[in-house]
Design a protein around this ligand. Structure first.
Ligand SMILES: Nc1ncnc2c1ncn2[C@@H]1O[C@H](COP(=O)(O)OP(=O)(O)OP(=O)(O)O)[C@@H](O)[C@H]1O
Ligand SMILES: [Mg+2]
Length: 287
């Protein structure tokens, strides 16, 4: 890291440094959070998987929308990126009914104010992908919001722009994932605005932390799906009867190993690049 870098803050997973006026250094740790609580046990290489996958997708989608990536560092977990004014919403796209989308649907028949057909079952594919924005909670859980509430936060023009781009990006990534035997059930994107007012894709993109990846071969609507994402850890934590408040439980070695293997498998399937090649030279994901 350059001497000039100053630490700006810590997210649940990333450390943020300022390089200069226009550039940030985003360092992705091996921390894992579940139910919004960071667990005391780390997953080795998880930060590299997230960094490499995001960089891969940024490179793949650069002609769909500009992104914040400037450079990948040799450690495979540090990204130099453009410093942006982040929009105060999370741009979620759902192609399938899972997580809070499923929960809201069973309670109200709607997701983010959009009425869905009756009789859908858990994990069912939606008639078409839905843009379902959420607040970016500073503390606690993100909350699904409807179109009007999102427009309050970002304005109508910006809303229409991020909806259109989020759906385009989701379609692009879900097609690619489908070709690799992975169902991209849903995903969360974050956008920022640069000094000229241009919208820029930021943060992480199509990683197991920001998305639900389901092995297509085992997909079966009507139940919770086995997945490449944090579901494995969530299931373990729930099996303990943990109340989902701080502090979270330590993870035993087999859960650590199983989780690491799932993150690495997601990386290799989606990029078609051996993870060891990425560790040796991160720039292989840039194509
Ligand atoms: N290019 C960028 N410019 C400014 N801020 C950014 C940029 N890219 C990402 N960020 C912000 O950096 C932070 C990344 O840290 P991290 O992902 O650990 O945070 P978190 O959002 O608290 O965690 P979680 O992802 O689990 O909700 C987020 O607040 C994100 O909005
Ligand atoms: Mg984040």
């Amino acid at each position: 890291m350059s001497d000039a870098a100053t630490h700006l803050g810590s997210g649940k997973v990333r450390e943020l440094y300022s390089l200069d006026e226009g550039r940030l250094l985003l360092v992705t740790s091996d921390r894992i959070s579940t139910f919004d609580v960071v667990l005391p046990t780390e997953i080795p290489d998880k930060g590299r998987v997230l960094t490499g996958l995001s960089a891969f997708w940024f490179a793949q989608t650069a002609d769909v929308v500009p992104n914040h990536l400037l450079a990948l560092r040799d450690d495979g977990r540090s990204t130099e990126c453009r410093r942006l004014e982040m929009l105060p919403i999370e741009c979620v796209v759902r192609g399938y009914l899972a997580g809070s989308g499923w929960k809201d649907y069973t309670a109200t028949g709607e997701v983010c104010g959009r009425r869905l057909p009756e009789g859908l079952v858990e994990s069912q594919q939606l008639p078409e992908p839905l843009f379902t924005p959420a607040t970016k909670a500073q503390t606690g859980h993100d909350e699904n919001i409807d179109r009007a509430a999102a427009i309050e936060l970002v304005g109508e023009e910006r809303f229409d722009e991020v909806e259109r781009l989020s759906l385009l990006l989701y379609r692009f990534a879900s097609e690619r994932a489908a070709g690799r035997g992975i169902v991209l059930a849903d995903t969360k994107l974050e956008f920022g605005v640069d000094e000229t007012g241009q919208l820029v894709l930021a943060d992480e993109a199509f990683t197991p932390d920001s998305s639900r990846f389901w092995p297509a071969g085992e997909f079966e609507p009507g139940r919770t799906q086995a997945s490449f994402d944090k579901q494995f850890v969530r299931d373990y934590c729930e099996s303990l009867g943990w109340d989902k408040t701080y502090p979270g439980p330590e993870l035993p070695q087999d859960v650590v190993d199983g989780t690491r293997a799932r993150y690495v498998e997601a990386f290799e399937r989606l990029t078609e690049i051996p993870f060891d090649d990425y560790v040796a030279n991160p720039e292989v994901v840039l194509g």
